[in-house]
Design a protein around this ligand. Structure first.
Ligand code: GLN
Length: 184
């Protein structure tokens, strides 16, 4: 399986290591030419969604990637990647300051950035995921999914009563970091 990992900013090295561990052939997406390679899955890593959004635009990657996502390319996204995909960013009062210049806006959920606090917002908890109990879930300045905007969205895990990972059509997206604890 050929996995393209968006590698413009953030925790792409961890995402690459995870997919290599899973036996995939991994390549980095840094420029338009990289999108010419065969790709079975696109992985969007954690990081800073505002910076990623800006770089995607500056590098001319934004529109072609969005087109591929809408065309059905399977997507695996964590944290900042989920924020870029979300249809709504719930950030009252700071809308302009905190929104990426452009974001994909294709996944019918609303998210709130840095929902667990900006500085001390990193923690690991355990919960139900993928038929397993006690699955480790590491949150790093994570967003919360505050609303699910379509019946087609399947909630895969929850924390404090809120969805923390979802699947919708070709997109699987996490507020936490499965790539960090996959083997724990
Ligand atoms: N707080 C980051 C943002 O708002 C996301 C953090 C992460 O990806 N680990 O973009």
């Amino acid at each position: 399986m050929q996995v393209g990992v968006l590698a413009v900013q953030g925790a792409f090295a961890e995402m690459e290591a995870y997919w290599r561990e899973e036996g995939a052939d991994v390549f980095e997406i840094r420029q338009l030419a990289d999108l010419g390679r065969p790709m079975d899955l696109l992985a969007l890593p954690g990081g800073e969604s505002t910076v990623q959004g800006k770089l995607l635009n500056d590098l001319g990657l934004f529109a072609p990637i969005k087109e591929r996502i809408l065309g059905g390319l399977p997507v695996f996204a964590t944290c900042a990647g989920l924020i870029l995909l979300a249809e709504k960013i719930d950030d009252p009062g700071r809308r302009d300051a905190t929104r990426p210049e452009k974001w994909f806006g294709v996944l019918p959920v609303a998210v709130k950035r840095n929902a667990y606090g900006r500085q001390l917002g990193s923690f690991t908890t355990r919960g139900d995921f993928d038929g397993k109990h006690d699955f480790p879930m590491t949150f790093i300045r994570a967003p919360a999914i505050t609303d699910v905007l379509s019946d087609e969205v399947k909630v895969l895990s929850t924390f404090s009563g809120k969805p923390t990972s979802v699947r919708w059509r070709n997109i699987t997206a996490f507020t936490w970091h499965p790539e960090l604890n996959a083997t724990a």
